[in-house]
Design a protein around this ligand. Structure first.
Ligand code: T5A
Length: 232
């Protein structure tokens, strides 16, 4: 008998600069794989050869004069390719996708930071995602000053990291507002703590994910078939 594979989970990691997403992504990956989860790790902007090229353009400090709208459209161009080539086919095959940033970053950086009206962002989100959303989003939250200090230790700053503190305060507030609006999807991690304590918080979330993986996808997401999204 042909068995239909359950759709994988789409988990996103979000937060301001230096919040510890990359560090903890590896930790979450190890824990989930140990529990037997088949997992693809990706990032935005990026995640495909085309998306990685767009990422280079977006982060390059030489493009200091890029308009906010150009920045927004490039983010969604990379995302459209990522969804089409990687995220949706992987989820369809039953693999989980763990992604360092997704559309909440657009609402936080291009919306909160650059001041683009969220209604305009929503138009692109609806167009590119057609209702598709992460199953769970971990928001690594910490004071801006601390995040910038951590990120600054790595050397050369990219185009976003060269922004002023006020920009990152607006990013942080926009993220927290997103989390307030969708408490079912978001888990807020206090990322200002020592790494061991951050990972203790993550253990609870990972446990929740593993337990929930034994049931159907919580958010009734769409899956990708050919050139269409099929809702279930
Ligand atoms: N962007 C992205 C948008 O504007 N719109 C969008 O739609 C999207 C998708 C690239 C940029 O693109 C923007 C946002 C970004 O500016 P990115 O690659 O995720 O996105 O870039 P960053 O946020 O710059 O990633 P960072 O590497 O700065 O942050 P992380 O990954 O959160 O931090 P991490 O893990 O590298 O840690 C930073 C340092 O802190 C230490 C680590 O060892 C590391 O040295 N650290 C800790 N130290 C002490 N205690 C802890 N608990 C620590 N956790 C980590």
């Amino acid at each position: 008998m042909h068995q239909v594979k359950a759709r994988g989970r789409f988990i996103t990691l979000e937060g301001g600069e230096g919040a510890g997403k990359s560090t903890n992504l590896e930790y979450i990956q190890r824990r989930l794989q140990k529990a037997g989860v088949v997992l693809h790790v990706s990032r935005e902007p990026g995640g495909t050869p085309l998306g990685e090229k767009v990422r280079e353009v977006l982060l390059n400090p030489d493009h200091a004069g890029m308009s906010s709208d150009a920045e927004l459209l490039l983010m969604f161009a990379a995302r459209a390719q990522h969804l089409h080539q990687v995220i949706l086919p992987d989820l369809d095959k039953g693999s989980w996708v763990l992604c360092d940033r997704f559309t909440d970053a657009t609402y936080a950086y291009q919306g909160g930071g650059r001041g683009i009206d969220s209604k305009r962002i929503r138009v692109l989100e609806d167009w590119v995602q057609e209702g598709f959303q992460p199953d769970m989003t971990l928001l690594f939250d910490l004071p801006v000053e601390l995040g910038m200090k951590r990120a600054g230790k790595r050397g050369a700053l990219d185009r976003f990291e060269q922004e002023q503190e006020i920009f990152f305060e607006q990013v942080r507030e926009a993220y927290l507002e997103r989390a307030r609006q969708d408490p079912e999807r978001f888990r807020i991690i206090d990322a200002g703590q020592e790494l061991a304590e951050v990972q203790q918080q993550l253990d609870d979330v990972i446990e929740e994910l593993i337990t929930s993986s034994r049931g159907p996808s919580s958010r009734g997401q769409s899956i990708f078939k050919g050139s269409e999204y099929l809702k279930f």
